[in-house]
Design a protein around this ligand. Structure first.
Ligand code: NAD
Length: 481
């Protein structure tokens, strides 16, 4: 076994798991088992939550200055960075992410996120004195860590999305119990190695393993004070219900079905080139992808032809080959789910213009051909449901108002893009879209700005100062004159 971990990272060290059960990890490209880790039982979650609770009152973590905390997080970032190439490769092997993308995202971004949030707290004050209104008196408004954070991550960008939670949580002085997805659990063991090397105080970061059952147990655990979740809308709703009952703060980053609005003045070549990344990054397994492409009626066929040619030419293959743009999907289940949507598209009468099956010559691995459907409308299953694979739907619209109304006619609101020769027109369209994030002639994540969804795409925001604020609890201390 290439990657075999016999113990769990709890309380700052590798600990014997409470059972002998294991989780197997497979290569998305070869289907072979490449690793194994212990499967956590509820008793292991209890230990991890207790260790995280103890860290909150440990002077080595709770009693240090903001600058000392920032230093520790930066030391952690250095150790995380040392493992960037190894982590990118492991992620690529686990979930099929093309190495060119893993090398830009899963490798370097976790450390960048840690450094960004360390920078936000280094010189920031945790207390602010306000003149009481209507007075007299003064109030000290104090930020305190919200407590033990249950961080639950999906498999599509496992290390980056774990860092979306770990970095602000640590910056706020919280402690974390991370539960990665079972498909992509190995990279979190590299984060644990880095935590040990950096000397993070015991219990500040803990990793438990398992699927939805262990996730549910962690979310409802009485020792947890906040839940940060990225994953499907269905699981997010369940978690939201539990947290509602417990009155436990929760951040939910969920699914999407974002629109690309191609305006009538858009340049065809640059638009279609940009759509490759805006619609199909990580083989379409990215939550904010613009997978509903809206093209102006008068130029519809030209755009369908150009998008079909672009998608049909994308290199499909071994995710470890730097020239690959479309790798395999994460699992057999996910491949079959995506292929069932392709069947739905055919059955609903949409025109398949490229792809539509498993690529020839790639019998091993969970590959799906990059696929385009045209001549359909916004009422079909392929236009409404999140597919989470390399499948695009191109639909015609008549006039900008109709394009905006079609973009907004969705259960989701996470990302989206507009493509135009006139950026100010693009910004005007962006203002009218019901979404948490949007791009004009491109889409990029900005760590310094809030990221999240509206409608069924989620609750709350990660990233930026707003993302840090979600890990504080506010206390107002009134001082009599
Ligand atoms: P998933 O919801 O099946 O699982 C996500 C994680 O939650 C896993 O670790 C899983 O074990 C755990 N889990 C599942 N059900 C749970 C429950 N009831 N209680 C506690 N934990 C539970 O999602 P997935 O298939 O791993 O990921 C794909 C989904 O994630 C897509 O819908 C995608 O859009 C979404 N996603 C959203 C964002 C975002 O930022 N909005 C980013 C990436 C992925």
């Amino acid at each position: 076994m290439e990657y075999s971990y016999p113990k769990l990272f709890i309380g700052g060290r590798w600990q014997e798991p409470s059972t002998t059960d294991v989780l197997a990890v497979h290569s998305a490209a070869t289907e072979e088992q490449i690793g194994q880790v212990p499967a956590s039982a509820p008793a292991d979650v209890d230990n991890a939550v207790a260790a995280a609770g103890a860290a909150l009152v440990d002077p080595a973590w709770a009693g240090i200055s903001q600058a000392a905390r920032a230093d520790l997080i930066e030391r952690f970032a250095d150790a995380v960075d040392k493992r960037a190439d190894e982590r990118a490769t492991i992620v690529s092997r686990q979930n099929g992410m093309p190495i060119a993308i893993a090398g830009m995202a899963e490798g370097p971004m976790p450390a960048l996120l840690l450094r960004y949030f360390a920078g936000l707290i280094r010189d920031a004050s945790l207390e602010e004195r306000r003149v009481a209104f209507p007075g007299p008196g003064t109030t000290v408004v104090r930020k305190e860590p919200v407590g033990v954070v249950a961080a639950i991550a999906p498999w599509n960008f496992p290390s980056v999305l774990a860092a979306f939670k770990i970095a602000p949580a640590l910056a706020a002085g919280c402690s974390v119990v991370l539960k990665p997805s079972p498909e992509t659990v190995l990279d979190s063991f590299l984060l644990a190695d880095a935590a040990i090397e950096a000397g993070l105080p015991a219990g500040v970061l803990n990793v438990v393993t398992g699927g939805p059952d262990i996730g549910k147990y962690l979310v409802a655990h009485e020792g947890v004070q906040k839940v940060a979740f990225t994953g499907s809308t269905a699981a997010g709703r369940q978690i939201g219900e539990v947290c509602g009952r417990l009155l436990r703060p929760v951040t939910l980053e969920l699914g999407g079905k974002s629109a690309a609005l191609i305006l009538d003045d858009a340049d065809i070549t640059s638009t279609v080139t940009g759509l490759a990344t805006a619609s199909l990054l990580n083989s379409g397994q990215t939550c904010y992808m613009s997978t509903r492409i809206l093209a102006p009626k008068g130029r519809y066929q030209d755009f369908v032809d150009a998008i079909t040619a672009m998608v049909g030419s994308l290199p499909v293959g071994d995710p470890l080959d730097p020239s690959t743009f479309i790798g395999p999907l994460v699992s057999e289940k996910q491949r079959d789910r995506v292929l069932s949507y392709v069947d739905a598209g055919r059955n609903e009468g949409a025109t398949l213009t490229t792809g539509g099956g498993r690529p020839s010559g790639l019998d091993r691995g969970w590959f799906v051909e990059p696929t385009v459907f045209a001549n359909t409308d916004n009422t079909t299953t392929i236009a409404r449901e999140e597919i989470f694979g390399p499948v695009l739907t191109v639909m015609p619209y008549d006039g900008e108002a109709e394009a905006i109304s079609m973009a907004n006619d969705s259960e989701f609101g996470l990302g989206g893009t507009v493509w135009t020769a006139d950026p100010s027109r693009g910004l005007d369209v962006a203002r009218q879209i019901q979404t948490g994030s949007f791009g004009v002639n491109s889409y990029a994540l900005d760590f310094g700005s809030p990221f999240g969804g509206v409608k069924s795409s989620g609750l709350g925001r990660e990233l930026g100062p707003e993302g840090l604020a979600a890990y504080y609890s506010l206390k107002s201390i009134f001082l009599a004159e």
